[in-house]
Design a protein around this ligand. Structure first.
Ligand code: BT5
Length: 254
């Protein structure tokens, strides 16, 4: 049976049948002073968003389209690591509930059999040197069937139902995600991101791979060798070591 076991996350839940974007709803709630851990979920999003104004396909009733409001006592520099933290928690939850065998692709994707099953969009509001709030948006393809995907996603996206071969309870998955996210977030608040970065490395499918990187200002190819204390990806290229804090990475097939 699905039960909410988290203590902070999901104490306040805003449920929508349809919305433009759960991140937009969460942003309004956060600006109005909602408590930390407030959760927004929707059955469908009509303008679900990825990074850089990309869209996120969010069909009715077939996914978990979720945003969580956090108010961490960090400097804005630390925000990128919240994406890695969310990836660790969601990856753990989906593997525990479905046994699908997913892994994390730097910085914000979870892949299953080489296809995207989860995307994460972290957005921050900061004043001076302090974070006011962070919205962690997570799109999890749960019971989407192959024929549901639009043509442009047919070759790159998958769902937990496709990967595991059975329908997955969204309620069980949602409560597990909130419990796992809280389990990583509470120690991070008091002791920092050290253990998250270690957990991230052990769940990564990016490290050790030959990757093509499209940073926001340059592109190159090399071997992803590690992440640093800021969560940036370190790439060994023919020209030397490169460091990427934000960008897109594609893994070359072996
Ligand atoms: C992401 O961006 O992967 C972040 C997606 C975050 C979605 C959640 S849902 C709840 C919350 N509310 C929102 O409005 N957003 C968040 P990015 O790395 O930029 O990837 C976007 C790209 O993924 C698109 O350009 C498509 O190619 C692909 N894509 C779109 N929908 C997809 C889906 N359902 N499954 C797999 N790939 C998808």
């Amino acid at each position: 049976k699905a039960q909410l076991t988290s203590r902070i996350l999901g104490r306040e839940i805003h449920y929508f049948s349809e919305t433009d974007s759960t991140n937009n709803e969460a942003k309004k709630l956060a600006a109005d002073g909602c408590p930390e851990g407030t959760v927004v979920v929707a059955e469908a999003q009509v303008s679900g968003r990825g990074r850089l104004a990309r869209g996120w396909f969010s069909p009715y009733g077939k996914g978990i389209w979720l945003s969580v409001v956090l108010r961490p006592p960090f400097s804005p520099m630390e925000a990128a690591k919240c994406t890695l933290m969310a990836a660790v928690a969601v990856n753990r939850a989906i593997n525990a509930v479905t046994g699908a065998g997913c892994g994390i692709k730097w910085p914000n994707d979870i892949l299953c059999n080489g296809r995207k099953v989860v995307g994460i969009l972290t957005e921050m509001s900061a004043e001076m040197d302090a974070i006011n709030h962070i919205i962690i948006g997570m799109g999890i393809n749960v019971n989407i069937e192959p024929f549901d995907f639009p043509a442009e996603l047919a070759a790159t996206a998958t769902s937990l139902a496709i990967a595991s071969g059975h329908q997955v309870s969204r309620l069980k998955l949602l409560t597990t995600i909130l419990a796992e996210l809280e389990n990583v977030y509470i120690p991070v608040k008091t002791s920092g991101f050290g253990s998250v970065l270690e957990d991230w490395k052990s769940q990564s499918i990016t490290l050790g791979q030959l990757v093509d990187v499209r940073g926001f200002d340059r592109s190159f190819t090399g071997v992803a060798i590690n992440i640093d204390v800021d969560g940036a990806l370190l790439i060994e290229t023919a020209q030397g070591l490169e460091r990427v804090l934000a960008g897109d990475v594609s893994i070359r097939p072996a």
